[in-house]
Design a protein around this ligand. Structure first.
Ligand SMILES: *Cc1c(COP(=O)(O)O)cnc(C)c1O
Length: 489
């Protein structure tokens, strides 16, 4: 299958690419991104076939249905990364928390957040493709906390790939920072930046745009790629677990084949829920995709009113920082799917020049056929964390944003799957506070308090972080980043 561009073609870029090319060079014409030219069928026939499939068998079939130019051995090798998850037989367990509500836990990989679901296999494939072409790539990431550790983890010691990861000093949890600064691999570099996440991201953009830096990369024969969720190589792996969750509900006799379900997705860059959208379009019986946000509720406004307005907003720091996002990149893929390339370009041009765009009432109606949206304040999330903890289920603050959606937006008598995107251990001070503890000054005491006062255990990979040697102690001012990068390269 070929991959096409969301904003049309500029006559310079190729109009369509293979999967491997689209993941190595993920930026398309006019600042657009790549999408599959059509979707496979994941309706009843496909679902029947996989009623008894292991996650990896299902995954292989989903990937191959897209007819991507990656051989089966490489795909199997990539999928074997799931063998290192807590339970290789079931990498994404489903927990029942209400009679009609189930939490699918996407965080049982090495860095305890859902980013591993896609980045683990994706990292293997990207490195293989680079080796095959005898090319060297630099992946640069700016992280607010979860993407950084997951990107470092997947590419560590992988040939032909170097990773540089920038994080805002003081802007992440202790666990997230330690996951990055204790990284030992020689092909990876971690730099703390003086400033917040926005500053960090702007610095990365400046660096990537600098001619001088590009020339230095060229001299060293290094190409740039990206591992953020604009890369379709990540999205494709985020379709699989939506299908798997549906099959699990059938296997557990909670639904019958063909019955619709609600999917509630805590959303930031819209990559997770986009996977659910593609699954629905391909035939998975989904009633609605419920987009959960925090007070940075630009997606709620878009889905309720058809207006996407960045200009009137300032980013607000919340207890669900992975969703503190105003520019939600993957919405563009839905716009393209529904309205085509010319209209998508028009809307994105308007977003770039005026900071906003407005859908027509007809367009909004088409969005609302598939999506509904809700947002929660931090104190509402803490209340949900406390409520479910009393019933024996500990959830992280991102997952907690879903519970109001579940209560408010699911009027029909249908089952709901809520996606849990991080383990509580990554946001332990918030969870401890929600549970009424005063041991919330740092992650060490919060983790310990929760382990002592609930049935939860701190997993070894989190516990070990506190005694590991810090390899990347560097925190720099903006103007020194380029020098540091060049030293590393
Ligand atoms: C990345 C992330 C999200 C947001 O996912 P998107 O695909 O960007 O919408 C939500 N929760 C957690 C914990 C994350 O790490």
């Amino acid at each position: 299958m070929q991959f096409i561009e969301t904003r049309g073609n500029d006559g310079v870029n190729a109009k369509e690419l293979n999967f491997s090319e689209a993941i190595l060079s993920p930026s398309a014409s006019f600042g657009g991104i790549y999408v599959p030219e059509k979707l496979p069928e994941f309706g009843t026939e496909f679902l029947e076939k996989h009623l008894n499939s292991h996650y990896k068998e299902l995954a292989l079939d989903v990937l191959q249905s897209f007819e991507i130019d990656i051989d089966e051995a490489t795909l199997n090798e990539a999928l074997s990364r799931y063998d290192a998850f807590d339970d290789p037989a079931n990498p994404v367990p489903l927990s029942k928390i209400e009679d009609d509500c189930f939490v699918m836990e996407l965080y049982h990989g090495p860095t305890r957040a859902f980013k591993d679901m896609a980045l683990q296999p994706f990292g293997y494939i990207l490195s293989k493709e680079a080796q095959k072409r005898n090319e060297n790539y630099l992946i640069m990431a700016a992280t607010s906390g979860d993407t950084g550790p997951a990107t470092l983890e997947t590419f560590k010691d992988q040939n032909n790939i170097k990773v540089a990861c920038l994080y805002p000093d003081g802007g992440t949890s202790d666990v997230q920072r330690l996951q990055m600064v204790t990284e030992e691999a020689e092909n990876e570099k971690v730099i703390g930046v003086v400033g917040n996440f926005d500053d960090t991201q702007n610095m990365l953009k400046e660096l990537l745009a600098s001619e001088d830096f590009k020339a230095e990369l060229e001299k060293r024969n290094i190409k740039l790629s990206a591992a953020n969720s604009v890369n379709f190589g990540r999205i494709i792996f985020q379709i699989i677990y939506h299908i798997h969750g549906y099959l699990e509900l059938i296997r557990q006799n909670e639904i019958t084949m063909g019955e619709n379900v609600y999917l509630v997705v805590p959303s930031g860059n819209f990559g997770n829920v986009l996977g659910g959208y593609y699954a629905k379009k391909a035939g998975l019986p989904v009633e609605k995709l419920l987009v959960a946000s925090n007070v940075n509720n630009i997606l709620t406004d878009l889905i309720d009113t058809g207006v996407y307005d960045m200009g009137s907003r300032e980013l607000i720091k919340t207890e669900s920082p992975a969703m503190d996002i105003l520019k939600s990149s993957n919405v563009e893929r839905v716009l393209f799917d529904k309205f085509g390339g010319a209209r998508t370009k028009e809307l994105m041009d308007s977003l770039n020049s005026e900071g906003k765009y407005r859908l027509t009432p007809e367009e909004l109606a088409l969005i609302q056929e598939d999506f509904e949206a809700t947002y929660s304040e931090d104190d509402e999330c803490e209340a949900y964390i406390a409520k479910y903890a009393k019933e024996g289920y500990i959830m992280d603050p991102h997952t907690a944003t879903c519970m109001k959606s579940y209560e408010k937006s699911t009027p029909k008598d249908l089952k709901t799957i809520v996606y849990s995107t991080a383990e509580w251990t990554k946001f332990s001070t918030t969870v401890a506070r929600a549970l009424g503890s005063d041991k919330t000054a740092n992650d060490t005491e919060a983790l310990q308090w929760i382990a002592e006062n609930t049935d939860e255990k701190v997993p070894a990979m989190i516990d070990e972080l506190f005694s590991k040697e810090v390899k990347h102690g560097m925190v720099v001012e903006k103007e020194f980043i380029k020098d540091e990068m060049l030293k590393f390269l």
